[in-house]
Design a protein around this ligand. Structure first.
Ligand code: GLN
Length: 398
């Protein structure tokens, strides 16, 4: 059989671009700036906390379905202390196997076949697959680069067109799927943008699922605003977070969802039949991580901002147009100034041409023409790796 026996709902999906590009990096020995994972593990004391939990027999057998109480209360405290959002750790917090499972469980729980889901495009690849598995229809609203002034400097940032968002909502729309800070563009939605989204959700009685896994990775003083914290939104919003991004342990797959009791109960119902529970010992370690002092989060942010600038300067010197990200650990670029027209072909040839792997953004669009010349680079890597990548990319000019 040459084609796998996939059901119709998944027929348009193959291997994820991240797996494909990481395999290409492994095969060619190229520097992998494709899939977003740090090349340095998170804090040593948190690693040790996981080892301790394993040795002490905490979480080695099925932990409670909603997550261990220590982690649920740490998540609730985090949301309250940072954002003034109060959640009951027993009924309004759910621990999941990474944000990926939270997204899947939320969409499976909250949409009916035929419902429309409005999602920002370019979108993280699992959104399209999960909407499809739930039998929904995705309706993309495209973020576009826009000239703007921030902090006295001109930059081109991807922005949300609120008229387009409004026009995308129909009588069949069930929910808006948000992502801020946004992968792959690095845009951090502003309070004004989020207020407009909130007003629309209230006016049209929509649910919001918001993927905020990069909440701590914001730069240049940008503010991360959880939409759940805006008036009238707590009751209609499921907010998703992940230890993978905040603590640099992407392999542990610890994520969480917070929301009203009704919404979290719905998401938990779906989650029970996906994984039932998530890995126990890591939950205890992440409960400690969420209580690290502010200095941890400040250092993470400052380090990443420096890395953004290091890689951004390298990409500009190599001739790329760079869209300056205010958040995440990704930089989206345009390859048109290099005389290139097709990002997929460009990314497939890049390891051979200069020993670097990146992601073609076209895979994040319904209309591949929309992202035809955009390429995403991850900068969550050691400084010497970023310097070396920048040197290699400069060879493209010659
Ligand atoms: N979220 C990561 C990225 O955007 C990859 C995660 C994955 O491979 N599924 O690169």
């Amino acid at each position: 059989m040459t084609r796998p026996p996939l059901n119709r709902r998944l027929a348009e999906f193959g291997t994820t671009i991240f797996a494909e590009m990481s395999a290409l990096a492994a095969r060619t020995g190229a520097i992998n700036l494709g899939q977003g994972f740090p090349d340095t593990d998170g804090p040593e004391e948190i690693r040790e906390a996981a080892v301790r939990a394993l040795r002490d027999g905490r979480g080695n057998q099925y932990p409670p379905g909603p997550g261990v109480p220590e982690l649920r209360s740490a998540v609730a405290d985090h949301q309250r202390e940072r954002y003034g959002l109060a959640y009951d750790p027993d009924t309004e917090v759910l621990v999941t196997a990474g944000a990926t499972e939270a997204i899947a469980a939320a969409l499976l729980a909250l949409i009916e076949p035929g419902d429309e889901v409005v999602a920002l495009e370019p979108y993280y690849d699992s959104y399209a697959a999960c909407v499809a598995m739930a039998g929904g229809t995705r309706v993309p609203v495209t973020l576009r680069p826009h000239e703007g002034v921030r902090g006295g400097a001109t930059d081109r940032r991807y922005v949300l067109d609120l008229d387009e968002l409004r026009a995308a909502v129909t009588d069949r729309t069930r929910l808006i799927l948000l992502n801020t800070p946004h992968n792959p563009t690095g845009t951090v939605l502003t309070r004004a943008e989020l207020t407009a989204v909130a007003e629309l959700a209230i006016e049209r009685d929509l649910l919001v699922v918001t993927d905020e896994v990069y909440e701590h990775l914001v730069f240049d003083g940008a503010e991360h605003v959880p939409i759940a914290s805006l008036p009238g939104m707590r009751e209609r919003t499921v907010t998703i977070g992940s230890a993978g991004k905040t603590f640099s342990f992407t392999g542990w797959k610890v994520g969480w969802a917070t929301g009203s009791r009704e919404l979290v109960t719905a998401v938990r119902t779906a989650k029970q039949y996906l994984t039932y529970v998530s890995a126990g010992p890591f939950q205890y370690a992440i409960a400690e991580a969420l209580r690290l002092p502010a200095a941890y989060f400040d250092t993470l942010r400052a380090d990443l901002q420096r890395k953004r600038d290091l890689l951004g300067d390298g990409l500009r010197a190599a001739g790329f147009e760079v869209y300056q990200p205010q958040g995440t650990y990704f930089i989206t670029t345009d390859i048109t100034p290099l005389g290139e027209k097709d990002a997929h072909a460009f990314c497939c040839a890049l390891p051979e041409r200069c020993g670097v792997v990146a992601i073609p953004n076209a895979v994040f669009y319904d209309d591949p023409d929309a992202g035809r010349t955009q390429v995403r680079f991850a900068f969550c890597k050691k400084d010497d790796v970023l310097h070396e990548a920048a040197d290699r990319l400069r060879r493209l000019a010659s």
